[in-house]
Write a protein that binds this ligand. Sequence first.
Ligand code: AP5
Ligand code: ZN
Length: 218
Amino acid sequence: MRLILLGAPGAGKGTQANFIKEKFNIPQISTGDMLRAAVKAGTPLGLEAKKVMDAGGLVSDDIIIGLVKDRLKQADCANGYLFDGFPRTIPQADAMKEAGVAIDYVLEIDVPDDAIIERMSGRRVHQTSGRTYHVKYNPPKVEGKDDVTGEELIQRDDDKEATVMKRLAVYHEQTEVLVDYYNKWALSGTPGAPKYRKISGVGPVEEIRDRALAALAE
Ligand code: AP5
Ligand code: ZN
């Protein structure tokens, strides 16, 4: 299974990626998680990316495309992969097409903007694994601690309301065009075209998991 999860910031891509990667035994390639790991490690890329991420902007296409191409060379991608938060611009999508990176499904998770702010303000993450919780909608078993490791959960620096608003605007300006891009490709009937599926991301996490897995079985 090779798929792209498409959706606004806070739509639940990371949350659903967790279920999908287990079901198909594939790695989750989250460019956001990769950038946050670089920030934490204090690499030159991390230092540069942090400024852009904290401002709610997008890191340059060249850097992101390079990161993903390198990641795809790793052995665990042989069985498939799940892209989370990538591609995010037309040049990123084109680069994957040109490199012949196969995609079976594009799954769009649709959540209206007004639900996003509340999701972001309650989000807590386990930094090393990227596991994501919500204080109200998806709480950890022990408050403030990761379910698997028991380690401390943190709040993301880019989850401040002003940054979230900017990220949403950037999504509508630069990423939403990919809905059309992949829909057109899917309908084109060209060999290797992916299937396009859209589900609502509103409702309980487990219900959306069931919707996602059903959509990927069609
Ligand atoms: P990235 O990490 O990709 O962030 P994002 O796309 O903005 O998405 P999020 O991770 O915020 O949301 P999500 O959809 O994963 O939702 P989640 O499951 O966590 O990117 C961060 C930054 O890195 C970008 O702004 C950019 O600067 C840079 N970057 C990354 N990729 C890039 C690229 N390709 N090109 C250029 N720059 C790039 O859920 C959110 C919250 O809601 C959680 O608290 C969760 O528990 C809760 N929740 C989930 N489902 C539900 C539900 N059904 N009901 C209620 N609450 C729910
Ligand atoms: Zn995410």
